[in-house]
Design a binder for this molecule. Structure first.
Ligand code: ASP
Length: 342
């Protein structure tokens, strides 16, 4: 690390940038220009930090695909000027945004590290200070003039995870994210220990940022007792092009005739159905049980060990790519950004 290393901090919103209003005690965003007052340690970091603050800043529950595209465009515009990027984002939908950005940025060869916090920076016990400072260090880490982590990641509470493998699973713990199907890219304690055998290798090609996502995608979470009326109404949503089907266990669904017929009808009409498991860890294995064999036979695509977040955003990305449907289906079984184990 040296003073020539430059990192762009992009603040989108979320708890990390909040402080308690002295009058009401309610959490309100602080003026990001005053970040140095909140984290005086930033001045001691021996590299150049640039800042970009979203206007308006967003609680991440208000995130949208348009904003994901805006974020990818900001990184694209500043790509040559900076060595790495740290995105401060609310933790609630961070895994969706970070997954989407991973697909939007093709040939990424620099670190894009998302982080946030469970407690605001302005609170004494905040987890934000450590998350923020370590995210900057990771974004700036180089070896032989090459970034150590040239991919989109989430850094939270001691663990650096590939963004499109990550799920927010705890609403209270500082350790709020899990990457259940891929070990951490780095474990952070006294040292930052990178697991270099898992981190994607740079391809040194020119960055290609994509600026479109197709939102005609929806998630259908199965549950025991799901009704025919609900499934049929869902599958007949106008304009719907693809469904992430959240199934049980290793990809199983009810084998009742009405369910199979409703799904078959939708697939025959052109709907893409991508099967992911409701479990936090493990993979879809269509054909292991009779209850998933039927899905495979009717043309449901196995999402293997994709998270719902990655499945949804991958579909939005591929459907907007202008590729033939057959090619989209083919690419759903291929790992584009390290999002699935193949
Ligand atoms: N509601 C907040 C958000 O996601 C929570 C957080 O930042 O952790 O924007």
């Amino acid at each position: 690390m040296n003073a020539e290393t430059s990192i762009l901090i992009i603040y989108t919103g979320g708890t990390i940038g909040m402080m308690a209003d002295p009058q009401t005690g309610a959490l309100v965003p602080f003026d990001f220009q005053q970040i140095n007052d909140q984290i005086p340690e930033l001045k001691n970091m021996n590299f150049h930090l640039g800042f970009h603050c979203f206007d308006p800043i967003l609680d991440s529950s208000n995130m949208k695909p348009e904003v994901w595209i805006e974020l990818a465009s900001i990184i694209e515009k500043n790509y040559e000027q900076y060595d790495g990027f740290v995105v401060l984002h609310g933790s609630d939908t961070m895994a969706y945004t970070a997954s989407a950005v991973s697909f939007l940025l093709e040939n990424l060869n620099k670190p894009v590290i998302f982080t946030g916090s469970q407690l605001p920076l302005g609170v004494l016990r905040t987890d934000g200070r450590e998350n923020f400072i370590t995210a900057i260090e990771i974004a700036a880490a180089m070896e032989e003039h090459t970034p150590v982590v040239p991919e989109v990641c989430i850094y939270f509470e001691n663990s650096l995870m590939r963004a499109n493998r990550t799920v927010k699973y705890n609403a209270e713990h500082f350790n709020a994210f899990v990457s259940a199907n891929l070990p951490a890219l780095a474990n952070v304690g006294i040292y930052i220990r990178y697991n270099k055998n898992i981190i994607l290798k740079p391809n040194f090609k020119k960055l290609k940022a994509h600026h479109q996502l197709d939102t005609n995608v929806a998630v259908l979470k199965l549950f025991p007792g799901i009704s025919k009326a609900f499934v049929e109404a869902f599958l007949s949503i106008e304009g719907l092009k693809a469904v992430v089907l959240e199934t049980f266990g290793s990809g199983n669904a009810p084998s009742e005739t009405w369910f199979i017929e409703a799904l078959q009808k939708a697939i025959d009409k052109g709907l893409i159905v991508l099967n992911v498991t409701q479990c936090l860890a493990g993979s879809v294995d269509q054909g292991k049980y009779e209850t998933s064999l039927k899905l495979r036979e009717m043309g449901v695509i196995s999402g293997k060990d994709l998270t719902t977040e990655a499945a949804l955003t991958k579909l939005m990305y591929l459907l907007a790519s202008g590729l033939e449907k057959q090619k989209v289906i083919e690419l759903l079984s291929v790992s584009l950004r390290g999002e699935m184990t193949v």
